[in-house]
Design a protein around this ligand. Structure first.
Ligand code: SF4
Length: 504
């Protein structure tokens, strides 16, 4: 039995059938399908051993697990379905989440539009409401919550107090978690809230490599981002690139535990090894050769559109990387990219360095050119843009709508997100349903029609092709058909005045 447990709810403790993008569905409520089927699509159960230890776990939890194992603690990362039996003995429970209360985009937006609680928040709430946790608390269990969504507890004090969470850790926890867990095990008093500032983040040599497989083989290659977008919290962290040796150790762990496909995680994969916003072609090529020598199929977590344009324009780097990635095992790869806005004026105010080394005035054309480069190289982006940014004007929003039209020829998904106060903007107001204006609805409609236009093609020809994915493919196409029908029905009602925009 274990003294220290790491866990999270089902929407996080899942590999989404090995298809990371399906995890996006966990940010919404079940729509057009019964919730159990919705959950099966986006969050199937994770394989475990007899003790309930998971085969794959979220990468950040694996890092904390590794720190605690190195420090000599008796620790395990367990599946939520096996948590109850361990709680009878455990003394500390560590939680992590990307979106505990569905406050991040796009969860907050789906909740606002549909008025239904997204399945990620619902699933976490059910986990925390378990009687086994309440009983363990009465026996003295200490609960420490962290992860990328730790900031959300500050907005949910009723839950923090109601569930009796002892400590919330906001930021990179590698340097402080050992001390916290020691205190918890020794029944010493714990701080209620720990913010890990820039001076407390671990240096590269203080970040251990993972000891067990990460979900979908995700391996981090860089922490931090140099672009300083004002709405982003990542940029508040210093830039650190993992060495190829560290990366190889993590690849070996995943492959030795049967995970042979994976995601390269960085805020900007094409800036791996760079100290500026100029790509380092040799570093990027070596990285991909290394990862591809272990994984059959790889994808990127994130890349910036300006780095994609620069890398191809100056170094033909995207084409070179394609030659490494695409082979008999894969013919495309996915990535998340941020459009944020189609307005030059707004780009200059909120993200002046996002376009670098090009000027902010070139932002809309950078987006278009990067989309064309990705389309030609079989990269399928899931792009996001932000509605309701501080200082946004009607004209800014319409520039975004026009840009979406110009992106129509390029295979991609585009998801609009409502502004959430983070980074330098963390004291600003949330963008909520009541602030939605006609021009925002126009952007949402254009994103919707762009996405359903390409989703069919992506699902059938790339993402879920082959007989093994036939049931999933069928269900997703069913959902797309339902979503199209629903939007058209709303539009018809708007036209004949049966509803007004605020009911949209
Ligand atoms: S480029 Fe992306 S990760 Fe970097 S600061 Fe801007 S939004 Fe954040």
């Amino acid at each position: 039995m274990f003294d220290v447990l790491l866990t999270t709810d089902r929407t996080m403790m899942t590999n989404h059938h090995g298809k990371e993008f399906l995890g996006f569905m966990a940010t919404g409520p079940a729509i057009g399908l019964p919730e159990p089927i919705w959950m099966w699509i986006c969050a199937p159960k994770m394989r475990t051993d007899d003790l309930g230890r998971v085969w794959q776990a979220p990468y950040g939890m694996r890092k904390i697990e590794s720190v605690l194992i190195n420090a000599g603690f008796n620790v395990a990362t367990v599946d939520p379905d096996h948590l109850d039996k361990h709680l009878k003995h455990a003394k500390v429970l560590l939680l992590s989440h990307h979106d505990y209360f569905a406050l991040c985009p796009p969860s907050s937006e789906w909740w606002s539009i549909t008025k239904k609680e997204p399945v990620n928040a619902k699933s976490f709430r059910k986990l925390m409401d378990r009687r086994s946790i309440r009983e363990a608390k009465r026996r003295g269990l200490k609960i420490i919550a962290g992860g990328p969504a730790a900031w959300q507890w500050l907005w949910k004090l009723d839950k923090w107090i109601g569930w009796d969470v002892d400590t919330v850790v906001d930021g990179e926890a590698e340097k402080i978690v050992t001390d916290l867990v020691s205190k918890a095990l020794n029944n010493e008093s714990l701080p209620r809230y720990v913010y890990v500032g820039i001076d407390d983040v671990p240096k590269l040599e203080e970040i251990p490599t993972i000891k067990h497989a990460s979900i979908n083989g995700l391996i981090e290659v860089t922490r931090g981002c140099p672009r300083n977008c004002r709405f982003c919290s990542v940029t508040l962290r210093p830039l650190r690139h993992y060495t190829l040796d560290m990366i190889e150790q993590e690849l070996k762990i995943n492959v030795s535990e049967g995970v042979t496909e994976g995601i390269i995680h960085s805020e900007d994969v094409l800036l791996y090894g760079s100290r500026s916003v100029e790509p380092e072609p040799n570093a990027v090529i070596k990285l991909h050769e290394l990862v591809k020598s272990y994984y059959k199929r790889i994808s990127w977590s994130h890349a910036s559109l300006s780095a994609i344009k620069r890398a191809e324009e100056k170094y033909k780097l995207v084409s070179k990387v394609r030659e490494i990635i695409c082979d008999e095992n894969q013919d495309y790869w996915g990535v998340e990219v941020g459009i944020e806005t189609g307005s030059v004026n707004l780009a200059k105010k909120i993200m002046p360095a996002k376009s670098a080394p090009y000027p902010a005035e070139a932002w809309p054309s950078i987006v278009e050119e990067a989309f064309a480069i990705m389309h030609d190289n079989n990269i399928i982006p899931a792009a996001t843009l932000i509605l309701g940014l501080p200082e946004e004007t009607e004209d800014d929003v319409m520039r975004t709508a026009e840009l979406i039209d110009r992106l129509r020829p390029y295979r991609s998904l585009i998801v609009p997100m409502f502004f959430v106060p983070m980074g330098h903007f963390k004291t600003q107001d949330w963008f909520t349903r009541v602030k939605v204006k006609d021009e925002h609805v126009e952007v949402m409609k254009r994103c919707f029609y762009h996405t359903v236009y390409w989703a069919d093609d992506i699902v059938s020809k790339f993402y879920l092709k082959g007989s093994v994915y036939a049931p999933l493919r069928w269900l997703i196409k069913l959902f797309l058909r339902y979503a199209k029908w629903k939007i058209r029905a709303v539009e018809r009602k708007l036209e004949v005045g049966k509803i007004v925009k605020k009911d949209y």
